[in-house]
Design a protein around this ligand. Sequence first.
Ligand SMILES: [Zn+2]
Length: 270
Amino acid sequence: MIQRALATTGLILAALWCSVPPHAQPATGDQRAAALARLVAAYPEHLARIEGDMLVWKDGTRMPIDDGRGGKDHETRLATADIEDMLTQPYSAGKPAAPPTLNEDPGRARNTAFFDKIYGDCMKGEVSRHLVEVPWLAKKGGKPLKVTRINGVAEVLKAVSAELDALPARFDAYLLPAAGTYNCRPIAGTKRVSGHGYGIAVDIATRHAHYWRWSGGKAGKAFAYKNAIPFEIVEIFERHGFIWGGKWYHYDTMHFEYRPELLDKLPAAR
Ligand SMILES: [Zn+2]
């Protein structure tokens, strides 16, 4: 009995160990400080500074960077992300050399209190009042999209759209019609609101999109990586502060989300 219990404990520990993504290794003090400095710089209208273990907002609010719960497995980190958890997995801009590794999901962890405070809580109707229409590939015949104007998101999406609109016609099928922006709904299979609930995410066309759940993926079960989105499109979004769901192990290749804190260079259009 004891042996069986020990064996079971071993299996559970092995499963927990395997579910810790490679990029979740403790960052050095310098890496942590640099990631936090990027966070403050990425939300200049809202954030003032880092003070010890606190994120200090311009309105005087202080948020703990670390909730002290430590050692979270991947699903727990996504479900209960603190400020630090949002930044633990670095996002690599540029052409990917290989598919994402197990549970490499940079940007999927969002601290709800942080995003609610910046963009509002969509469940309380606080996001929709800040949505504005942005032209989407108007020269190619696209219809306007609604995103938040907070933190300059509408302005940067306008710049993204202008560059995508200048791409050759062979890219049109990936971009038009866009599959959606604002949507106050939890992520499938979770209670968490996605970037769409804050008006900071864009889904390009579904025609060539791949999504891990459409490939039969379930939490804890392996599935194959698939992507058909040309990197030329990704590069334009990244340069303007958007991350791409095609760089997630739990991939969502039509999904782009404004997360400048995860990119090295802040967008020029702001
Ligand atoms: Zn999406």
